[in-house]
Design a protein around this ligand. Structure first.
Ligand SMILES: NC(=O)c1ccc[n+]([C@@H]2O[C@H](COP(=O)([O-])OP(=O)(O)OC[C@H]3O[C@@H](n4cnc5c(N)ncnc54)[C@H](O)[C@@H]3O)[C@@H](O)[C@H]2O)c1
Ligand SMILES: [Fe+2]
Length: 400
């Protein structure tokens, strides 16, 4: 196929998928602010639920971050079984073990407690239980007939916005290739954005996850499937992140900055639910699958390189973000404003300790990475098509 034909297929696929996905989606009821995780726990009791499976990871449980929520569930008269088997980028196996745990403990609901990995695993546990299937039976677009069992989420990182999306990313047991469960039924009934739980989130995770949220906000805003609502969330998230991420990294106990980042993360999730992501995510997902690069870190490293590459095609939208974030005024023209925004992204990365390159990429893998990233990126409504040569160029530019 020639480059022209590849572009044509890309545009046709975008138009078709845009029609399928651009429709109103359900949203979680949100509890916001200090103590909101206890309010959500009370609400679970008031829904009449009696035994929840708390899905989390072991390091988080060992830190004691979960203790106040477990105590609040006790107070609300809700029995709990903790499943702490989640690992970063959860596999189907992790989900299947959670489904078994739900059944053996006799639970009636699922509460996700943790970062995107715990929330995504919990989403698929709740869907799999309701549909009497394993993770593999859920992967794909709306594969399951029945809605999830009652499902709630308490994010403890501010980045993925998974509490607001109808997507769950689950990796293959052997290849670690990322698969997606896409289903409006996996949006939680309610979620709590509680900054108290993020006090001990280390600066490097705060930085990487915060840049994941910024990548959601920017990629959804400059992509082709945005609408008035997703544009609103994208712009609001950008502003909150530029204003608060440096402080959240410097001073993790600044709960105002933490709360603003939680909200930005949630807004980013709402934005990508309809407007999706772009080539930054396509590359980052493959760095995660092949080398275990954390999702947010991969996005953070790729984002400014990709923006430099597509800045002409995305100039007007990048300029709107720059103006919204007080980086200049409309009279300066789109190209100058777009460059100001990109320069600010480089500067933010430097300020919060994100490296400009990574040493994990092996030269013999580059062609496989290009093929996988472009196959995934072809599903996203990016401002423009990226060629193999351009994708190879980005991978070489980020290689140390
Ligand atoms: N569903 C979606 O819409 C969506 C969107 C983007 C990314 N994702 C997925 O989310 C996953 C990444 O999630 P993540 O970036 O939140 O990281 P994560 O959930 O993998 O957590 C990273 C680490 O942070 C630790 N941690 C979490 N909260 C903490 C806290 N408050 N204090 C101290 N340590 C804490 C965890 O123990 C873990 O070791 C990836 O699998 C990615 O593919 C999903
Ligand atoms: Fe992401």
């Amino acid at each position: 196929m020639t480059a022209f034909h590849k572009q044509l297929v890309y545009r046709m696929r975008q138009a078709l998928m845009g029609k399928l996905i651009s429709r109103p989606q359900p949203k979680a009821m949100i509890f916001l602010g200090r103590g909101s995780s206890a309010q959500l726990s009370e609400a679970i009791g008031r829904f009449g639920l009696r035994h929840t499976l708390v899905v989390t990871d072991k390091p988080l449980r060992d830190l004691g971050v979960l203790d106040s929520t477990l105590a609040a569930l006790d107070t609300a008269g809700v029995q709990k079984t903790v499943y702490d088997g989640v690992e970063p980028d959860p596999t189907e196996q992790v989900v299947d073990a959670g489904i078994d745990r739900y059944h053996s403990a006799g639970c009636d609901s699922v509460l996700a407690f943790g970062g995107g990995s715990s929330i995504d695993a919990a989403k698929v546990i709740a869907l799999g239980v309701a549909n009497n299937c394993k993770a593999a039976g859920c992967i794909g677009a709306t594969r399951c007939k029945l809605p999830s069992v009652p499902f709630f989420a308490i994010p403890t990182t501010a980045g993925t916005g998974s509490e607001g999306t109808f997507i769950a990313v689950i990796s293959n047991n052997e290849t670690h290739a990322k698969g997606a469960v896409i289903d409006p039924n996996i949006i939680p009934k309610a979620a709590a954005l509680d900054p108290e739980l993020m006090r001990d989130l280390p600066p490097h995770i705060t930085a990487a996850t915060g840049m994941d949220a910024l990548t959601h906000a920017i990629e959804s805003y400059i992509g082709k499937w945005g609408n008035t609502e997703t544009d609103y969330y994208g712009l609001a998230a950008c502003r909150l992140i530029f204003d608060n991420l440096p402080e959240a990294c410097r001073n993790g106990t600044d709960l105002q900055a933490r709360q603003s980042m939680s909200l930005a993360s949630y807004y980013g999730g709402l934005a990508i639910t309809n407007a999706l992501v772009g080539y930054v995510h396509a590359i980052s997902h493959n760095l995660g699958a092949r080398y275990g690069v954390p999702h947010g870190l991969g996005n953070a490293i790729v984002l400014p390189h990709m923006l430099e590459l597509i800045k002409t095609a995305a100039a007007d939208k990048l300029a709107e973000i720059a103006v919204h974030c007080d980086m200049g005024t409309a009279s300066e023209g789109s190209n100058a404003l777009a460059q100001k925004l990109i320069d600010r992204v480089w500067q933010l990365n430097d300020e919060i300790g994100i490296p400009r390159t990574t040493d994990v990429i092996r030269s013999e893998d580059i062609e496989k990475l290009v093929a996988a990233a472009l196959a995934e990126g072809g599903n996203y409504p990016s401002p423009r098509f990226i060629s193999e040569e351009e994708c190879r160029g980005v991978l070489k530019a980020i290689s140390a």
